[in-house]
Ligand binder design. Sequence first.
Ligand SMILES: [Zn+2]
Length: 182
Amino acid sequence: MQEVELRKNNEEFIQKVKDEDPAFFDELKKGQSPEFFVLSCSDSRVSPSVITQMPLGKMFVHRNIANQVALEDESFSASLYYALKHLKVKKIIIKGHTDCGGVKAAWFDNDEEALQGWLAHVRISLPDNNEGQNITIDELTKVNVIKQVQHLKEHPIYKAFGRNVEVIGCLFHVESGELERL
Ligand SMILES: [Zn+2]
């Protein structure tokens, strides 16, 4: 897609939104009050608001490779804090997906230097791959999401500000479009 197409698509987007609701952007500029905080993989095929048809203003989203909850990650911690303390989101969704390149890279011992710091986070969420277990990549993507739900519930910011905020793990199936609740 060329840059000119991005601009054209944006113009079409504005028109479509205004056709449905002429006051939409006037409301939008007043502020955000999203119901969901979503942690998603960065993969270009799994955009949370696209796959759930959520309009602007409904989802506060943080994305990283393989949807990791890492204590040392200041960017994620800040997003989580803001979502809970200030936006007062009602639900947290951790959304992994099948065919996740981040999970595959961690599992198959990718050795690219620039990725190692991040893949170390992913590896601690996966079983020991030296044991030759008969586990598929899609099963591993599920294990990864379940681990991140655990990590989130143990996160000090969640413990401090997330009382009564439900945490839901989901797996998006890129082969079918289905969003599976785990
Ligand atoms: Zn991924």
